[in-house]
Design a protein around this ligand. Structure first.
Ligand SMILES: Nc1nc2c(c(=O)[nH]1)N[C@H]1C(S)=C(S)[C@@H](COP(=O)(O)OP(=O)(O)OC[C@H]3O[C@@H](n4cnc5c(=O)[nH]c(N)nc54)[C@H](O)[C@@H]3O)O[C@H]1N2
Ligand SMILES: Nc1nc2c(c(=O)[nH]1)N[C@H]1C(S)=C(S)[C@@H](COP(=O)(O)OP(=O)(O)OC[C@H]3O[C@@H](n4cnc5c(=O)[nH]c(N)nc54)[C@H](O)[C@@H]3O)O[C@H]1N2
Ligand code: SF4
Ligand SMILES: [Mo]
Length: 745
């Protein structure tokens, strides 16, 4: 007998609603849920393989604990005992900063990852926090922090209504979008064109997205900030600036005129390898469009001028009056956001409140660069203790961060490491304790993070589609117990963590004059919370306190968990709406167009105008049927075009004597790798591409399918020294490499 159950897909940022077919406890099929208020039936090949991802026989079923040097199956009790015994002595002897925390990408795809890590970090009191954000989008957080005073206030392009989309360093036809949650991104781009809109793509590769565009500009990698600065220059030069409704909310326009004065199209054209006339055209088209949105992603962030490029993306949106208006780029309003406070000056955003111990990298958003993790473990200084114990949650930095070989060795030297991970992989194999979460079918789901980045306001929640298998523990409980074990409360009831958060949150809300529960008794409110579990009660609390919430009775027709459960396909909350000035939290209460840290970084960009690279540079790429480092173990999603090959332009190949399919050696500052060449004129000349997340050939892992076709780790070509200075983000694109043909094997 088979049945169906709904499950929001956690396999990328698009958050599609799926209808799963379930036989017994096994997911045997997945299709798009046509009634889903957001995704309306869309599904991609990854979502369609949900069952295979979920049922991968290599997923760990029990905790592993190292005994006599070997990882062995253990009980949950043994595992948490080992965590407490491993972490507490390190904290007590060397201090909180000697315990590092590494949070990987899947934390934004689980409820556990949204609800517990903050409690763990606060409880530990450590500043040694590293996340996937610093190999990804930290430049965007920093630019939003500086412009709007809130690192999480990220405007998203209004895909459904815009007339003109300028897309920079993103390939949503393969990635399905990022920092812009939209189910069926490809369909939305096609609809844009069908309604007469224009799509411009800036990317050194002629990607599937670029092929859809009206105009594709194969920019030289790493030079987007110059191109965007020149577009800004043109807007001023040709009097095309029109702030529209934004006028009263913006300061620094006159200063910006001066700041971009030197960046004429003529001055940047050679560095970018884009003709000056074309740069002028791009600026004019952007200004002339009835509505337009500029949107940048990985290719604009993971580069030397990542923060400047991210800042200029929004500068262009602002100067053309497109920020915060329908058809432009708007701030979503999620159901679990805090109740909006009235507009006014805020605390502002601060950078560099502390620094990393070894290379003195400034913190950003409370994080240190993931690129610096290895040296923070393996290098002694007089400044303080190195990291001696590590908590890794859903993270595989050995493959995802620069110089995995060094990190590999560093992890081995730790006193203690715990990984919360479903796989024994390149990183978790170093752990002394591995705590495996259940597969996604056995976990409830709500997108706390992605709903704040969605192109339409909506809210959805799906309970676990399959009950927890005997012997399994919910990831929320794993993280709650881990938090207790790591913070000296080992063995306490995991519900205590939720009670603590509920108590603190409600305690604050009742004192806040703008909260719908101002003046009420927090215990009385806590008693009203509904839900079967601690995480559900916390979701209920956030919904009820949120912008659409029932305010615990203050707005009886508002949202709460019960109403959400009664709407299994989700609740649509309408299109994005203008919200300014409310989201601004700068000290001035306005958009600070030319913040000081940006001013201080502009001389570096001026230098960039004069820099030239003659050798080859490397960029990355993503494949539709993959996801970073952890989906190469699913046979249904590997093979075909999803392979770890070096894309190279035929003329570059000819010059180097490289032949299609034959092995080439690629050498960078951090090391070298050998991969088969794949000749394609989709590459810009002078640029080669390798995908990331490969290199599954290390001993001691349990990834049987991935190990059979391991690929190579592109990040081994990096030595971790190249960073965007403001954000600490790793430079992963536009990296100089040498390529040489090898004799065929
Ligand atoms: N060269 C290069 N490097 C890159 C990138 C690039 O474009 N080029 N992209 C970067 C980007 S954008 C990112 S986000 C990072 C990602 O870097 P990471 O987050 O380190 O890597 P992932 O492969 O996303 O997955 C991390 C781990 O999560 C585990 N996992 C999967 N599902 C779950 C779950 O439900 N719970 C738990 N606890 N664990 C789970 C996986 O087994 C895996 O070990 O890589 C970055 N690295
Ligand atoms: N199928 C699949 N989907 C995914 C993922 C995955 O691994 N596979 N990963 C997920 C994650 S964690 C993220 S963060 C998102 C990322 O989502 P996207 O940003 O859309 O990801 P990419 O496909 O890496 O697109 C980056 C593009 O930037 C281009 N590029 C490189 N250097 C430059 C440059 O200097 N300038 C410009 N203009 N372009 C440049 C590359 O050629 C590439 O086409 O995808 C998510 N979705
Ligand atoms: S587009 Fe993303 S969310 Fe949608 S089915 Fe595919 S992997 Fe899942
Ligand atoms: Mo990412």
């Amino acid at each position: 007998m088979s049945r169906t159950a709904l499950r929001i897909c956690p396999l990328c940022e698009a958050t599609c609603g799926l209808t799963l077919t379930i036989e017994g406890t096994k997911v045997t099929g997945a299709r798009g849920d046509r009634d889903d208020v957001f995704s309306k039936g869309f599904i991609c090949p990854k979502g369609a393989s949900f069952g295979a991802v979920d049922g991968d026989p290599d997923r760990l079923r029990t905790p592993l604990v190292r005994k006599d040097g070997e990882l062995r199956e253990a009980t949950w009790e043994e595992a948490f005992d080992a965590v407490a015994a491993g972490i507490r002595p390190v904290v007590e002897r060397y201090g909180a900063n000697s315990v590092g925390v590494v949070l990987g990408n899947p934390n934004v795809h689980t409820m556990a990852g949204a609800l517990y890590p903050a409690v763990l970090i606060a409880g530990l009191g450590t500043r040694s926090l590293f996340t996937a954000s610093t190999v990804d989008q930290m430049p965007k957080h920093v630019s939003s922090g500086l412009l709007f005073g809130d690192a999480n206030a990220i405007p998203v392009p209004d895909l459904d209504r815009t007339d003109h989309l300028l897309l920079i360093g993103a390939n949503p036809l393969e990635s399905n979008g990022s920092l812009c949650t939209a189910a069926d991104f490809p369909g939305k781009l096609k609809a844009l064109k069908a309604r007469g809109g224009a799509l411009t793509v800036i990317d050194p590769r002629r990607t599937r997205t670029a092929k859809l565009a009206d105009r594709h500009i194969p920019v030289r990698p790493g030079t987007d900030a110059l191109l965007l600065a020149a577009m800004t220059h043109v807007l001023f030069d040709e009097s095309l600036v029109d702030l529209g409704e934004l006028g009263p909310h913006v300061e620094g326009v006159d200063e910006l005129v001066q700041a971009v004065r030197e960046f004429t199209p003529e001055a940047v054209a050679e560095a970018c390898d884009v003709e000056a006339a074309l740069i002028r055209t791009l600026a004019r088209e952007l200004a002339a469009a009835p509505t337009a949105a500029v949107y940048g992603r990985i290719g604009s962030c993971t580069v030397p001028y990542g923060t400047l490029a991210s800042w200029l993306v929004d500068v262009l949106n602002i100067l053309t009056g497109n920020l915060d208006r329908p058809g432009g780029a708007l701030f979503p309003q999620a159901a679990t956001d805090r109740t909006p406070r009235p507009a006014g000056p805020g605390h502002g955003f601060q950078l560099a409140r502390w620094h990393s111990r070894v290379s003195r990298h400034p913190e950003a958003k409370g994080e240190l660069p993931l690129s610096a993790l290895a040296e923070e473990i393996d290098t002694a200084t007089d400044e303080g203790e190195p990291i001696r114990a590590l908590v890794a949650v859903a993270a595989n930095p050995v493959l995802s961060a620069p110089d995995g070989d060094r990190l590999d060795k560093a992890l081995d030297a730790l006193d203690f490491m715990v990984s919360v991970d479903p796989y024994l992989n390149e990183t978790s194999r170093h752990a002394d304790v591995v705590l495996p979460p259940p597969p996604p079918s056995q976990s409830p789901h709500h997108d706390f993070a992605f709903n704040t980045l969605a192109v339409r306001n909506q809210v959805r929640y799906t309970r676990a589609a399959v009950p927890l298998e005997p012997g399994r523990m919910a990831e929320t409980e794993i993280l709650a117990r881990l938090t207790l074990a790591a913070t000296g409360m080992h063995g306490a009831d995991p519900g205590a963590v939720d009670d603590l958060v509920v108590g603190q949150t409600l305690g604050k809300a009742v004192k806040d004059p703008h909260s719908p529960v101002h003046g009420r008794d927090p215990r009385e409110l806590a008693a009203q919370l509904t839900g079967d579990t601690g995480p559900e009660r916390r979701l209920d609390m956030m919904l009820r306190l949120g912008p659409y919430g029932d305010g615990f009775g203050a707005r009886p027709d508002g949202l709460g968990l019960a109403r959400l459960l009664a709407a299994p396909h989700g609740i649509d909350l309408g299109p994005l709406r203008p919200r300014l000035p409310q989201p601004l939290k700068t000290r001035s209460g306005r958009i600070e167009l030319l913040p000081k840290p940006i001013v201080d970084d502009l001389p570096r960009l001026r230098e960039g105008m004069r820099q030239r690279t003659d050798g080859l540079v490397l960029v990355g790429r993503r494949h539709l049927r993959s996801n970073n480092s952890w989906m190469h173990n699913v046979p249904a999603l590997t093979g075909g075009t999803n392979r770890c090959t070096l894309h190279i332009h035929p003329e570059d190949a000819e010059r180097l004597g490289v032949r299609d399919g034959e092995p080439v050696r690629v050498k960078g500052a951090g090391g070298e790798v050998t991969a088969p060449a794949e000749l394609t004129d989709q590459m810009r000349q002078g640029v080669v591409s390798l995908p990331h997340g490969w290199g599954h050939d290390r001993p001691g892992t349990r990834l049987s399918h991935a190990a059979a076709d391991p690929g190579v780790n592109v990040n081994q070509l990096l030595d971790g020294s190249l960073l965007d200075p403001l954000s600490g983000n790793a430079v992963l694109n536009g990296v100089p490499v040498e390529v040489a043909a090898l004799p065929a094997r």
